[in-house]
Design a protein around this ligand. Structure first.
Ligand code: NAD
Ligand code: 6OD
Length: 489
């Protein structure tokens, strides 16, 4: 029997084992993938002091060009080891090979290339000031790193969302301590190996593995952490906010969503059905941007429901490497139970189940996994819990609307505000409606089409701050003003 793999933290240039482990389980069939060594308090301390020292050691002395060239080497090595990243992400999440190959892993690599190029242009401002005495002054700003940045990332797009923060933070000259989700440590360990292989100076990138309530909480409250950047659930965000309040650290929060799609009477129906299928069921509904509520104009309602039902029933669920599989399992048994509890709640709240609502039976080892049926429901009020709380699974509720103003009001009537999508062939309507939606991001006749330069983030319970392009640089660096008196002859 081969020995079970052990996943270790990477601290100040060394892989370190705490000898305290928890299991990393494959959600496809419930088998053990690896044992994860949970970082001890002493290891967290060592990561912080290593990261602090790096700010003035070799890492801190690199020029922006040298730093960014190194980050390109990270991307190059990730690309060389792409097959290993793909296999690791598949094992941890059970996602389809198609999704991992087209979204998760290439975006992980692209994040390093993009921010390495962009950070070279993180220029400051200059002002010539005329003083009351008749002298002049030159005011200019230099962008300095924040210091040691704690990056806490979720399990749904593990490599993509970790690198979305690690890459700009490092490009701006910070040293980083990454705490990935306990469900998905594998690609983070590969990333640490890559950092080591390409010669990233010790302490610049650290990885601490472990559970959120243990390692994550210890990290956010620790002295020596200068900023916290977090992607995850809104409730976790509330806890982190309390933890960082004592030391008033800067925070960047990408949190949960309860995103809606609107299908107007002038939509291209086939396009809308295809788009909402993608936005509801991609990654088994485990993208913060996924649609969980659909408002359809009365004139299209019956045809839309029938079309989406057919599309949901046509989705192939199965093994990650199986041909034409669109969705795999949910990430864990705990998450499967959570989503199933919402399927049950929907019935208790009086929903009509159009399709799905349970767990698929395979009669093989996948019955030990975390699969769930794509589900469509109708008939609930907007204020039903199922229509207000984030489920994070492959389910949407479809309801009827009549008027443009009515649907804008109903879409905005939620505590969340991450993303929305609008389906219409009327250009004026698209431009008129989009800015009235209380969200950070609106897609028109598309979904999850990303430009890394564009601002990304939510309002209300969906987050604080923006990432993407210059917004990431603005968070991960701080302008310092230098004012020079210029005496006039
Ligand atoms: P989660 O909040 O449970 O965990 C996210 C990370 O936080 C993990 O690394 C976890 O270990 C850590 N954590 C948990 N408790 C902590 C604590 N008390 N202190 C510090 N760290 C702690 O979220 P999840 O279940 O991994 O991910 C799903 C959630 O993330 C959904 O709500 C989803 O909408 C949200 N999400 C949002 C975005 C976005 O960009 N807005 C992107 C992806 C996921
Ligand atoms: O594409 C991105 O940059 C991004 N942050 C996606 C987030 C997806 C949430 O699950």
């Amino acid at each position: 029997m081969s020995e079970v793999k052990k996943l270790k933290s990477y601290i100040n240039g060394q892989f370190v084992d705490s000898n305290e482990y928890f299991d990393n389980i494959n959600p496809v069939d419930g088998t053990l993938i690896a044992k994860v060594s949970e970082a001890s308090p002493a290891m967290i301390e060592a990561a912080i002091s290593g990261a602090r020292a790096a700010l003035t050691d070799e890492w801190g002395r690199l020029s922006v060009n040298e730093r960014c060239a190194l980050l390109h080497k990270v991307a190059d090595r990730m690309a060389e080891r792409e097959e290993e990243f793909i296999a690791a992400e598949i094992a941890d999440t059970g996602k389809s090979l198609f999704q991992i190959k087209t979204i998760d892993i290439p975006r992980g690599t692209a994040n390093f290339r993009f921010f390495a190029d962009l950070a070279r242009f993180n220029d400051g401002e200059t002002f010539i000031t005329e003083t009351p005495s008749g002298d002049k002054a030159l005011n200019y700003s230099v962008n300095k790193p924040l210091g040691v940045v704690a990056v806490i990332s979720p399990w749904n797009l593990p490599l993509l969302l970790a690198t979305w923060k690690v890459a700009p933070a490092m490009a701006c000259g910070n040293s980083v301590i990454l705490k990935p989700s306990e469900e998905t440590s594998s690609t983070a360990v590969l990333l640490a190996e890559v950092m080591d292989e390409v010669g990233v100076p010790k302490g610049a990138f650290n990885l601490v593995l472990g559970r959120g309530k243990v390692v994550g909480d210890a990290l956010t409250g620790a002295k020596g952490i200068d900023a916290v950047t977090f992607t995850g659930a809104s409730n976790t965000g509330k806890q982190i906010m309390k933890s960082v309040a004592q030391s008033v650290k800067p925070i960047s929060f990408e949190l949960g969503g309860k995103n809606a799609a609107i299908v107007f009477a002038d939509a291209d129906l086939d396009k809308a059905i295809k788009g909402v299928t993608k936005s509801t069921f991609t990654n088994c509904g485990q993208v913060c941007l996924c649609t969980e509520k659909v408002f359809v104009h009365r004139s299209l309602f019956d045809r839309f429901v029938a079309g989406l039902k057919q599309a949901a029933q046509d989705i192939k669920i199965g093994y990650p490497l199986e041909k034409d599989v669109f969705i795999g399992p949910l990430v864990s048994k705990v998450h499967q139970q959570k989503v199933l509890s919402y399927y049950q709640l929907a019935k208790e709240e009086g929903a009509t189940v159009v399709t799905g609502g349970g767990v698929p039976i395979f009669n093989d080892e996948r019955d030990n996994g975390c699969f769930i049926e794509p589900t469509i429901i109708t008939g609930l009020d907007d204020n039903a819990r199922v229509n207000q709380e984030e489920i994070f699974g492959p389910i949407c509720h479809i309801s009827i609307f009549d008027e443009e103003n009515e649907v804008i009001r109903r879409l905005n009537d939620t505590d969340y505000g991450l993303a929305a999508s609008i389906w219409t062939e009327n250009l004026s309507r698209a431009h008129r409606v989009a800015p009235q939606l209380d969200v950070g991001l609106v897609w028109v006749n598309t979904w999850f089409l990303r430009d890394l330069r564009a601002p990304f983030g939510g309002v209300k319970l969906s987050g604080i701050g923006r990432e993407g392009g210059k917004h990431s640089l603005a968070f991960y660096s701080e302008p310092m003003n230098i004012c020079i008196n210029i005496e006039q002859a």
